[in-house]
Write a protein that binds this ligand. Structure first.
Ligand SMILES: C[S@@+](CC[C@H](N)C(=O)[O-])C[C@H]1O[C@@H](n2cnc3c(N)ncnc32)[C@H](O)[C@@H]1O
Length: 278
């Protein structure tokens, strides 16, 4: 009998993801489901790696080209290479980063590993991201929410049905100061032939059965709706590896069923009972 909040009898999304990324913070139950899905849909490992590549590219762009110094990374996952604060604070040592996740293992590792630089600040918030008011209140202890921030939601909104995901993203985006950015990366039903698509669906069914947090692939059109009312940053939402590939990249960029996008909030968006002026 143990009081540990960590349940190693059922797979958890943060730990399966960590396994696909080559990490060690996972249990047999996570590896077993990770392997079974990988057998059905081998591209899933590149999807996980591609998601991290986008995080690094987007944070680098935001610091270097957009002057952003505050980051709110929701659905952090287990620490791996190139975590948000490492990328941001290597380029801008005073950058501030707040991480949010509700997985108990993430919480344990984050406290130990996600420490900031001497000058930059890093905070970890253990909370359910659906409680937007609580998350924003906690984030405001480290970030000045009256000034622009970058909100990153990587591989995380797929854990919610589309309508709920859209409401969550809108609630956060509405609370951000003009000049802020939204970065999202998630799975889409695209760039798969019929056979791969069928295998991906089998993988998804297995995930829903065996993993504590469900996951939903989007259509490309649904993915684009997260950015409604915002100004897209070039190249707009694209298959993840196509988002500003490094000039040193060689060979052909491969399309994966994972989309990435970055957009800027240029003004306050009209609310539902506040119709846009004609
Ligand atoms: C697939 S992982 C992605 C991790 C990381 N962002 C990345 O791209 O490598 C999804 C993360 O979202 C977190 N998550 C899922 N549902 C959540 C919720 N309701 N509240 C807070 N975090 C949640 C999980 O614990 C997990 O760490």
């Amino acid at each position: 009998m143990t009081d540990s909040p960590i349940d190693s009898t059922i797979a958890h999304t943060a730990r399966v993801w960590n396994y696909w990324l080559g990490g060690k913070d996972n249990y047999p139950v996570d590896r077993e489901i990770g392997d079974r899905i990988k057998e059905l849909a081998p591209q899933v490992v590149d999807v996980a790696l591609g998601d991290r590549v986008f995080l690094r590219r987007a944070v680098t762009h935001l610091v270097q080209e957009e002057g952003i110094r505050q980051f709110l990374d929701i659905g952090t996952g287990l620490p791996t290479a190139d975590n948000t604060h490492e990328v941001a604070q290597a380029l801008a040592p005073h950058a501030r980063v707040v991480y949010v996740d509700n997985d108990p293992l993430v919480l344990t590792h984050a406290r130990a590993l996600l420490t900031g630089t001497e000058t930059g600040r890093t905070q970890f918030v253990g909370a359910d991201l659906r409680d937007t008011a609580k998350v924003l209140e906690a984030a405001a202890r480290t970030l000045d929410l009256d000034r622009p921030i970058a909100l990153t939601l990587m591989g995380t909104m797929g854990h919610f049905e589309f309508d709920e995901a859209l409401k969550i993203v809108d609630a956060y985006t509405d609370a951000l100061a003009p000049g802020s950015f939204l970065a999202v990366c998630d799975g889409v039903m695209a760039h798969m032939d019929a056979e791969l698509g069928e295998r991906a669906m089998q993988g998804m069914r297995l995930w829903q059965e065996k993993v504590a947090q469900p996951y939903h692939m989007r259509t490309v059109e649904e993915f684009g709706r997260f950015f409604d009312g915002l100004e897209p940053v070039e190249p707009g939402p694209v298959s993840v590896l196509r988002w500003r590939p490094e000039p040193t990249e060689v060979g052909t960029v491969r399309d994966l069923p994972q989309y990435a996008g970055l957009a800027k909030k240029t003004s306050t968006r009209p609310g539902p009972e506040d119709p846009a002026t004609p």
